[in-house]
Design a protein around this ligand. Sequence first.
Ligand code: SIN
Length: 343
Amino acid sequence: MTLPGPYAIQRRHWLAACASAALLPASAHASLRTDITLRFSHVVAEETPKGLAANRFKVLVEQRSGGRIGVQVYPNAQLYGDHDEMQALQLGAVDLVAPSLSKFGRIGLPEFELFDLPFLFDDLAAVRRITLGPLGQKLLDGLQHQGLVGLGFFDNGFKQMSANRPLLEPRDFVDLRMRVQASKVIAAQMRALGARPVTLAFSETRRALAAGVVDGTENPVSNFWTQAMHQVQSDLSLTEHGYLGYAVVTNQRFWQSLARPDRALINQALQESLAFANQIADTQNDQALQALRLTGTTRIHVLSDTQRTRLRLVVKPVQQALAQRIGPSWTRALQEAMRQTSA
Ligand code: SIN
């Protein structure tokens, strides 16, 4: 489903940028340049873990290069939304994107959807043991097949459920139209709960909630708060049922066109910015929850252990959906990584 909106404009930007990218031969980038501007496009607000990390990256790169390398950050899907940011990257119309891991299935890498399995991770440390281990590296390496380079992972945090009623028990979800990212695993999770998944771009979600096109959604609180979803959802249930994280990706051709010292400088600044995002992600979500409590617009529900266990049981078959989607070798690698994680 596509709502009328910023996509017509974004498409025009995209076509113009592609035309200029096509005119620029790869050899034009080959030596140390004085005029590099990295275009970093993302879909969330600046006051989120991703927005703050992107802004920190800009400051670090510009300082350390003495202003020789510039970074232009386009937040809030100003330039590209979920539907076209990856394509824009492949075409060289932007240089860096940081989509959520749930959005790689649509470019032929469904194995990234393993992060969408409900109740897979107990905490962010468990996530990090995957993202920083061999499985994380294997996932990033797979991006090569799409002409991309994966530079690293980082967290937002755990997702909560929202709607115009509390979502505490499986029966509360029945027949609700729930906005989901373009992940088959998240869609299967919503179906297992009895809801109807509706795939929508992030930038369209608040409007769709306000218009009643969908009834509810899931996201960490920092995204819920910075999109002002509290104005259109009366209840937020702290289910913590799934993880939302990101991978930073660049275009192989662009990356190789940079001089080696520039690549090192950019990569170092990026790794520090991702570590920073991981440090602040929890705080950002906690602060957003506090701000939300103060507005009083949205009732906040904490689930009991029994309620959480019921949700967990109902979504168990989603593991099967993932196994079918990503195949036995990825499933085995995930099981092995999870065993090591819990050892
Ligand atoms: C994001 O955090 O990048 C967006 C997540 C979503 O689409 O729900």
